[in-house]
Design a protein around this ligand. Structure first.
Ligand code: SAM
Length: 233
């Protein structure tokens, strides 16, 4: 059994039920190995742009004797896949802007995925906005706290129309997931409190600067979410 930290475990859980999965940016290969050993996957295609990272995945594949069901491919993002080759893909631990680039570069692959599990390290708003504007429905949203670090994980699928914007959720707010809000995720409150605290601190320093407008808008959005959460009980 492969030991996964909470972040990778969450991605693993969101991929449950998928048979053929791509692990894009596989690096250490833990997710690839766990999906094959414990996740019921029949095949995993592990891709990475770095030969050294791909070698780490090869090592774990060899260690667990997974050569028959795992395949490694060198290349960028989803370009290593043919459309329809995998029913799901995980893209974890990269910047959100890079994720947008990877999805934009391989639309025929991305749009046929039943599930795309994404975990951006930065650029969360840019990624969420792009997904919304390009009709990727958020099927699941997870907030994970490991030590003092928070992570957002999304499971999305391309649709014909954008998701309905939930009532009460600030229009144009992409800092957190509206699916977490609709599902009344109990982690949303501590996470938004933290974001609000940070934004208020930044706002004090930003008076008169170009970034002030954005901080004012985001602070207002977070205050609105907090008010809505207070009404949940
Ligand atoms: C921080 S590691 C994340 C590893 C693993 N996915 C995780 O979340 O634990 C990021 C990985 O993405 C790979 N990477 C960066 N850009 C990439 C691209 N355009 N296509 C595929 N892999 C990429 C890096 O080489 C590295 O192995």
């Amino acid at each position: 059994m492969i030991r996964l930290d909470e972040r990778l475990r969450c991605a693993f859980d969101l991929l449950q039920g998928a048979n053929i999965v791509a692990d894009i940016g596989c690096d250490h290969g833990k997710l690839t190995a766990a999906l094959l050993l414990d996740g019921g996957c029949t095949r995993v295609i592990a891709g990475d742009i770095s030969p050294d990272c791909l070698n780490k995945t090869r090592t774990i594949i060899d260690r667990y004797g997974l050569q028959g069901s795992a395949e490694v491919r060198l290349g960028s993002g989803l370009s290593i896949l043919a459309p329809g080759e995998c029913e799901a893909a995980a893209i974890l631990g990269m910047g959100g802007e890079l994720m947008v680039e990877l999805l934009q570069s391989s639309p025929s692959v991305a749009e046929r995925m039943e599930r795309l599990v994404l975990q951006p390290m930065s650029g969360i708003e840019e990624l969420r906005q792009w997904l919304y504007e390009n009709c990727y429905r958020v099927k699941a949203d997870r907030l994970i706290c490991v030590g003092s670090r928070w992570y957002q994980l999304l499971c999305v699928q391309k649709q014909d129309n954008p998701d309905l914007w939930p009532s009460g959720f600030p229009i144009g707010c992409y800092m957190v997931g509206y699916r977490s809000f609709v599902d009344r995720d109990e982690r949303l409150k501590p996470y938004c409190e933290l974001l609000l605290q940070k934004r208020r601190g930044q706002l004090q320093q930003a008076a008169g600067t170009a970034g002030e407008g954005r901080l004012v808008r985001e602070t207002g959005q977070l205050e609105q979410i907090m008010k809505e959460i207070e009404r949940w009980n």
